[in-house]
Design a protein around this ligand. Sequence first.
Ligand code: SAM
Length: 294
Amino acid sequence: MDKRSTSPAPMSVSELDDLRTLIEERSAILFDASRERFFAPRVNQYLRDSGELDAASFLRRILNSNVQYDRFLESLLTQETSFFRYPDIFQVLERVVLPYVQARKMWNSPRVLRIWSAGCSTGEEPYSIAITMADKLQFFEAWQIEILATDISREALDRAQRGIYSGRSLRSVSPEQLQTHFTKVGETWQVKPRLQRMISFVPMNLARSVYVGRMDCIFCMNVLMYFSEERRNELLQKFYDALEPDGHFFLGHSESMKSAPVKFDSAVLGDCQYYVKPTAAGTEQKTALIEKQS
Ligand SMILES: C[S@@+](CC[C@H](N)C(=O)[O-])C[C@H]1O[C@@H](n2cnc3c(N)ncnc32)[C@H](O)[C@@H]1O
């Protein structure tokens, strides 16, 4: 049979608009004009791969089934990530965030350090944070490390929970880190339970309000592009509120805080721009605290 006769016609402009509206209403994720070149081809590819007869029956199917809708939405989300994706951000974590938290919480009991990886995809980011904690935090065993790793994609979180990696995603992991924190299984590497115990993987749509408690540090890298400016601003406010005073915040390299309603202090180390929630006491006092302790 001629394969073309079984393929559904590409979606029309108005059908694509309906779909965009449905996704924004249902999940608060926006595929706006800046993502146009990506949106239509992915939708049409999904239509072909899932064996749909036409756009109308596809729209009916995702309207009537949460499972079908979630599967479709996941196919639109880019899950690209890797261990230590931006090495300079992990330098800031090691050289700025950890010394500061160590100095500030030295006498706390229990000594708890909480970090949120928001939009963690398949887990490489929170595991890189956990490796940095294990390798660089002084008196590591005396700390209770809690890494909250959230994503809207359950499929990505399942892979994160399994913790099995190979190939390019591991290219920035050193041979020593591989030996210390992973077990070789055939051609793949499995994260050891010691790292896994530090992390809770939780499904969460960042556009919905959920209480996560206070954080010392938040990573939200390469996720803001999924939101309208209004929702992005709400999200930045939510991160700001969740951070401890002097808490640190990281965005992806091509993202910025332009037009954000919240006033983080910004700082640069090497190639990395990072953000700090200001306190009344100010950053000078913070620097003095780190110097005194080191
Ligand atoms: C490009 S990945 C970024 C992964 C990692 N943060 C990094 O920079 O390497 C973007 C992730 O954001 C997630 N995401 C998109 N919209 C989301 C939402 N509304 N709530 C939670 N996660 C979302 C996607 O499922 C995807 O895993």
